[in-house]
Design a protein around this ligand. Sequence first.
Ligand SMILES: [Zn+2]
Length: 1014
Amino acid sequence: MHDDRTLVEARLKRVLEERIRPAVYPESVPLTVSVWTAPGEPVPVAEGLAAPRSPIAVGDAWGAPWSTSWLTVAGTVPEAWAGRTVEALIDLGFDANMPGFQCEGLVYRPDGSPVKGLNPQNQWVRIAAPAAGGEPVLLHVEAAANPVILDYHPFLPTELGDKETAGDKPQYRLARMDLAVFDETVWQLVLDLEVLGELMAELPADGARRWELLRAVERALDAIDLQDVNGTAAAARSHLVEVLAAPAAPSAHRIGAIGHAHIDSAWLWPLRETVRKVARTAANMTALLEDEPDFLYTMSQAQQFAWIKEHRPEVYARVKKAVADGRFVPAGGMWVESDTNMPSSEAMARQFVHGKRFFLAEFGIENEEAWLPDTFGFTGGLPQIIRNAGSKWLLTQKISWSQINKFPHHTFLWEGIDGTRIFTHFPPVDTYNCSMKGSEIAHAARNFKDKGVARHSLAPTGWGDGGGGTTREMVGKAARLRDLEGSAAVRWQRPAEFFAEAEAEYPKPPVWVGELYLELHRATLTSQARTKQGNRRSENLLREAELWCATAALRTGLAYPYERLDRIWKTVLLHQFHDILPGSSIAWVHREAEATYAGLAAELEELIGAAQRALAGDPAGGRELVFNGAPHGRSAVPAGGAAVAVAGPGDCAVTAREGGGFVLDNGLLRVVVDGDGLVVSSVDAASGREAVAPGARANLLQLHPDFPNMWDAWDVDQFYRNTVTDLLAADEVAVHAEGPAEVAVRVARSFGSSTVTQTLTLRAGSGRLDIDTEVDWHEAEKFLKLAFPLDVHTERYAAETQFGHQFRPTHTNTSWDAAKFEACNHRFVHLAEPGWGVALATPSTYGHDVTRAVRAEDGGTTTTVRFSLLRAPRFPDPRTDQGRHRFRHSLVPGAEIGDAVREGYAVGLPERRVTGSAEAVRPLVELDQDALVVSAVKLADDGSGDLVVRVYESGGGRARGRLATSFALAAAVPCDLLERPWDGTRGEVVADGDGVRLALRPFELVTLRLTPAR
Ligand SMILES: [Zn+2]
């Protein structure tokens, strides 16, 4: 037979596009439209409905950036349409290629009840089926003119990302506002032909099935009268029945599809718009669930449910009912889909606490899966947190975005730093916006790496970010793919059911140990430095507020601020969303985040101040008490307690150095600063060993050009390193403090349009050189690093993460090692040879890189640690990070890992001084083993008055110790993160009088509920 395959395929394409799809709506009449534009921010629904309208017509422009227009559409169903299915078609000026990234609408009935959302791929509103002729139609649309930020030419700087700079030029034109007859037979024919045509394209051209489909499609096309598609659609469909009924192969890949809309809690729109995006999508999805009995939908992020509850109670009522029916499935059990690299130990734990608690309280549902499809990499600390939250599974697809290495598994056990293993699935469809296209389904089946031993994968299906979620077309296609020869088999499935099935079929999955590093978006550890500092400051203040408020509550009876702490925690957790904390949102989001963090800081300072004043007693007592919120004692003040300040002798000295510069010495550390303000020597007295590599200079600021190929705020590409400018010239190097309590040298530099001032300080009794850097940053597309070339020979270094640290190589042996050229630390980086090491601590810098070189002169190894201070990408915020910044970085020579842990806490938790009458404040709990570190002291969230203390092993070894309470202890019970009694603790926890004996494994965390005797 002659090969006419491409001819028939081209015929299908044209006939579908030009004749069949247009025939879905064979008749239409225009609706009349009127409009009112809200003067500023969105208004309540009642106000929008009541506002006076003016006329507007199809073709007219509407919608200044970020404005809201209330449209009213009115008409009458023609008498001739009686008995037919009638829909309104409302095209606000959509670009169907951009679901989620442009204007959107929510349709209301005249009584204010929501109908459904309007999105680029979802423009219909069902009026009646069957319709009565002469029926009046009246609907209102709350239309949001969200501007396009990420356009066809992506990543161009734009002023549209903040209402303060976006201007008032209308962004859209009304395109179609009609009442139309919906021909369901033609609509079904479109889906038949799309499914078969897309499947056909994925099958081998020399296979029989492909040709069977081709001939069936040809017969269907022959049966269509192109002048009467509506009259012949049923006949055309009859030619497709047989090929659509042929069952899938027994070995076919099985896809559990779950309706989904990945909605970024803020990104290319502000938080307030996400509130509406979520409401529109939830309105769509509850409506679709009513229309489609097999369909199931999942939504993550407790915060988004909470928004609907607060702002759109009518939509929430529908959600609650669908959840109760088991068809709208809350997923993930976290407050938001957060970043996981940067949140602290406690914040990562609280993401689960607040997420799970919300789902339990609202729906009585406890999730067992962590749902993080889009998060930019996963720390080795996360598996233990997931397990301690009472969960056991993880889903993400993001690692498929890695630039260099292809991850070897789709279903596997992921092992964290403490040895906890979590059953993990990466959907091989490689997207969280599956649309049931044949190419996606075939890719999932082909791409699945665990073929032969496993057969199931998951496909989150639907348009996210305000695209409206799953469409009825996707549901129609999924129905045809349920059991279809040549295709993977698709059925709707809840995430928990998928995981249970996948786990059961794969008893010995492969294991991946350590972090799931995303080889992309590495600059999210640095962009928007003020947002990152706001996060860290809030985490530190929350630690202190919980500690001192709990101490004051138990000691003085001061009321514990449960509700305020709950609200503040949720605000901090929201801002850890994977486009806020990573710095990848528009200017508006980061401007608001800074203001929000400032408000939280003021509120937390107030709570801390009130608690400490209650503990310190009458200020007339005149004693200056030093409060220590860090987990280690310092300056004779116990951890978690307070003592009267004693001024140390102070023996710091600064002397001029021959040839320029200064020598700082405090008896523990001797630091030499040269005439350029760079550190040429740093020797700790205990070892007498030099930390700075011979011939090298530390505290070196380095400036790189930084213009990545894509994703400006997200990415730094490896080639940035090819060009570097060392900022050597100093405008001033001068003594800033002369002792004896502290000595400091101040260095001022200028470069480009920016200036930087650094203060290098050595304090009495401290083996730490503190470098405070103040930058007035006015660069574009540059990357500023602070380098410490160290004389250390090591193949790996440690970087702090949640409840411990993870190791990374200092070399680039493999492509996996080389790809980690920018990585995350929490409060320290530590590198060591046996017996001697160096720590670098920082309260707020997350990004860093570590490289090694062998010196020609002496054959020694120089290992260089560089902190990433600032970037200046121009998309999506054209003025990212412009202005003033302050950083602190500390060099601790002669540090073991325990010193790194201690100094890491200390730099972020300075002592506080309060005048009162008390002689001291004894800590509520004290530990006798330094490796056991307290990460939280708080009152139990249930209001029982119990004390909750979380402790972890911080050194990576085993640790035995005793936690002593300074109050009479009635009971001590190990708990999960939600503070429920839990028998999953692996180490030993034994009550012992007024204390608890602990024997923890490497990096193990344990949560204790301590009931005071009353
Ligand atoms: Zn996302």
